[in-house]
Design a protein around this ligand. Structure first.
Ligand code: CA
Length: 330
């Protein structure tokens, strides 16, 4: 396969702190001989494991960028045994535009893996992660949250994997992240996820959903910072005790957990995230906005559990994700 055109301005093998860029060749109306400059930091001291930390895989999700921009400023090489590679805004053109997808090519980073060195900018970035950054890593943390159209209770997640030993390592790392909720996920649409690219290379992979709505709260930013530091300690890259609190284990293995809207209109959520709900509870009402006087359509929970995620905007249409109720697991 053709070499990837991205050049890093840092030396991944050098000890010390380096702040630089992944430089992606780009020729557009705004810059004929230009480049997309993706900010990144690599910090290394001696031998030891490598952590690859990313945010803004989707550009409108902010806990990852907040935690990693902060860590790039505070983490000292003298604190480490090993290496930390941080890319706070993985899909930088999407992040610049405050959008889920790239303003340059419309690419959804988490739907194009393993990427293509001869593809569009989004595919080129994905290929660089697949063939250059992931092979360097032992543990990989990708911080997501809901973005503009979704909102979640804060959770860290591991996936169901064929390799049960690898799955156990991923579960242990997701528990170490210690978000208020820890989730087991079976991805319905896995082939083109970054997650899958990392897992296929045998990496310990932790994903999260830490909030949503197209912004971050003080609480979710703190959870992201604490979680990343905890995973670095868990991996042996930082020393010290993990900072832990209670975390409730959930899963969404049952397809009945998920509700999808079949109506358009004004949506009223009948519970707030984190609520304990029972099968049959009304989760949401949707009002027809074309006329007044009609009864709303009601959507009911189909499992007992915790209200874990919701559609965020006030209006909804058929096909939009409406709500997810996660079941408690052991
Ligand atoms: Ca996301």
């Amino acid at each position: 396969m053709r070499p990837n055109p991205i050049k890093a301005t840092v030396d991944f093998e050098a000890d010390g702190i380096q702040h630089g860029y992944l430089k992606v060749p780009y020729s557009g109306d705004d810059s004929a001989w230009g480049a997309v400059m993706i900010p990144m930091t690599v910090i290394k001291r001696g031998e030891g494991p490598t952590a690859l930390l990313t945010g803004a895989n989707h550009g409108d999700e902010y806990e990852g960028p907040l935690a990693l921009w902060a860590l790039s400023h505070t983490l000292k090489d003298s604190d480490l045994s090993g290496r930390v590679i941080m890319v706070p805004a993985m899909n930088y053109p999407a992040f610049q535009a405050a959008k889920r997808t790239s303003w340059i090519d419309g690419g959804n980073m988490n739907r194009v893996f393993p990427g293509d060195p001869e593809g569009n900018i989004t595919q080129i970035i994905a290929d660089y992660f697949s063939r250059t950054l992931l092979p360097m890593a032992d543990v990989v943390v990708d911080i997501h949250s809901g973005g503009k159209t979704l909102e979640f209770v804060p959770f860290a997640a591991a996936h169901v994997l064929d390799d049960k030993a690898q799955q156990a390592r991923c579960v242990a790392a997701s528990r170490a992240f210690n978000a208020p909720y820890t989730l087991m996920l079976l991805e319905p649409d896995a082939p083109h996820l970054y997650d899958t690219a990392a897992e296929n290379q045998g990496k310990v992979f932790v994903s999260t959903e830490l909030g949503g709505g197209g912004s971050a709260s003080a609480k979710t930013a703190r959870i992201a910072k604490r979680g990343i530091t905890n995973v670095l300690k868990h991996a042996g890259i930082l020393s010290g005790e993990l900072e832990t609190a209670d975390s409730l284990s959930l899963d969404t293995m049952n397809p009945e957990c998920f509700l999808t809207s079949e109506h358009s209109g004004l949506v009223e959520m009948c519970h707030d995230l984190g609520a304990t709900v029972r099968r049959g509870d009304v989760m949401a009402r949707i009002y027809d906005i074309e006329r007044t006087g009609g009864a709303p359509v009601e959507y009911q929970a189909r499992v007992d559990g915790i209200f874990m995620g919701r559609h965020f905007p006030g209006l909804i249409k058929p096909g939009d994700f409406l709500a997810v109720v996660a079941e408690r697991s052991a």
